[in-house]
Design a protein around this ligand. Structure first.
Ligand code: HAM
Length: 423
């Protein structure tokens, strides 16, 4: 009979396992996020991984890389077109509408941490197909104080994480009143240079001129340098909003630079846009970004409702924590290793581990079929502070050997008292 060869399966490209030794970083980032967000009065929200496809095509924008090229779109068994979420903002706004959160005091301040997002992009360092975001939204207030709060919260998060060498870039891309004039100016400027544009930019010129400023192709950089700036096209209200924001940020001691070419890759932004970047070379240097989206909720079928927020990529944060040598606090690890010799001792050891864990002492059973020496070696390599040893002799006497691995001492303790002794 022919033996069928089985292919070894691997995780999908751009989707990674997070092993126990990595979890300390994740816990560290999660705890910093909870502390900063709750500190600013934000409440946690989690939304489903799958949403109606049109939530993102309407929200993020039909002519964006995310929707056009990167969405995981599925037809479910009922024939509905659904999508794995590529971002959280549209979903949080849907939840805001669905749960009538406009009836609560405004703005409604929401955050999430660790929600997986999916984008079918070419994987590389800092760019995955399944990645995780910290996401923060303040919905229901158009005032620049809220933009300032959200930007300051974002900056505080990086401060709390201990990351150095970051820059905060800020811009205003206007609103539906003044942006068309700016987009027209861009279109006219770029039309005169069409021969010098990369292929992608030629298509952007047709379909989404704002994104021309986002091109990373070296040949397009001089054109970007000379392009019209949104600052020169803002209406009075947008000007005033931006000026107020920069004043508040100054008062909050948040350092920022105005970056005229910052436009962001999602269509819902109005007025404020910002990004936090590392000085590391490479294209994945945006750790987080966001802005105001005053038209999004209306686009999703709600009454006109302003909003502002940002998202941070957790993988990129962790990559930079490692690069900068920032170690998360060590986890306490297992306290007790229970070694045994013989069948009856094995059964008693099983019961003992369970009693230890139930009384709040972390414990682990030794491996079956291994000599005492091998078990002690394993306990030593794990760095546990205590080992309990059970054998026939101990069982007869109703005791267990308690070995203190740090002091390299051991003594017998009654089976009934051992938990108290270790605690
Ligand atoms: P975004 O700029 O598309 O914005 O993503 C935010 C952050 O998520 C990025 O700065 C980056 O750190 C991380 N990120 C994005 N794509 C990937 C990827 N393929 N692999 C790893 N990390 C990635 C948004 O998602 C908006 N929803 C932000 C927002 C919230 N605006 C208003 N509220």
């Amino acid at each position: 009979m022919a033996i069928k060869e089985r292919k070894t399966l691997q995780a999908l490209r751009g989707m990674v396992d997070i092993l126990p030794e990595e979890q300390g970083y994740w816990r560290y980032v999660r705890e910093a996020t909870v502390s900063v967000c709750e500190g600013y009065g934000y409440g946690q929200i989690d939304t489903p991984i799958l949403e109606d496809y049109s939530l993102f095509s309407r929200g993020v924008g039909e002519v964006t890389d995310i929707v056009e090229k990167e969405m995981y779109t599925i037809t479910d068994k009922g024939g509905d077109t659904i999508a794995l979420r590529p971002e959280a903002t549209a979903a949080v706004c849907r939840a805001y509408l669905e749960h009538g959160l406009h009836n609560k005091p405004q703005p409604v301040r929401l955050y999430s941490v660790g929600m997986p997002m999916f984008r079918y992009a070419r994987p590389q360092a800092g760019r995955l197909r399944q990645f995780h975001q910290i996401n923060v939204e303040a919905i229901g207030d158009a005032d620049a104080t809220i933009d300032a709060e959200v930007v300051a919260l974002c900056w505080q998060l990086f401060r709390k994480l201990g990351l150095k060498g970051l820059s905060l870039q800020l811009n205003s891309i206007g609103d539906p009143k003044c942006r068309p004039g700016y987009v027209e100016a861009l279109r006219s400027y770029y039309s005169q240079q069409e021969g010098r544009l990369c292929r992608e930019c030629k298509s952007r010129l047709e379909r989404n001129p704002l994104r021309l400023l986002d091109c990373k192709v070296p040949g397009c950089q001089p054109l970007i340098e000379g392009a019209p700036r949104s600052a020169d096209y803002l209406c009075e209200e947008c000007q005033a909003h931006f000026q107020a924001l920069t004043r508040y940020l100054g008062l909050m001691e948040v350092p920022f630079t105005r970056e005229h070419r910052l436009v962001r890759g999602l269509d819902y932004y109005t007025r404020t846009v910002f990004e936090v970047q590392t000085s590391e070379e490479g294209q994945q240097n945006a750790l987080g970004g966001g802005g105001r989206y005053d038209g999004l909720i209306e686009e999703l079928g709600g009454r006109p409702t302003p909003g502002v927020g940002f998202a941070v990529g957790m993988e990129r944060v962790i990559l930079n924590l490692k690069r900068q040598g920032i170690e998360p606090p060590a986890s306490p690890g297992t306290r007790v290793f229970v070694a045994y010799v013989g069948q009856e001792a094995k059964a008693q050891a099983v019961g003992l581990v369970s009693r230890l864990v139930r009384s709040g002492v972390s414990a682990m059973l030794g491996p079956a079929g291994k000599s005492l020496k091998a078990q002690l070696r394993q306990a030593g390599s794990m760095g546990v502070p205590y080992v309990l040893i059970l054998g026939d002799q101990e069982l007869e006497k109703g005791v267990v050997v308690l070995r203190d691995m740090t002091r390299r001492e051991q003594r017998e303790v009654g089976l009934e008292e051992v938990i108290e002794q270790i605690r």
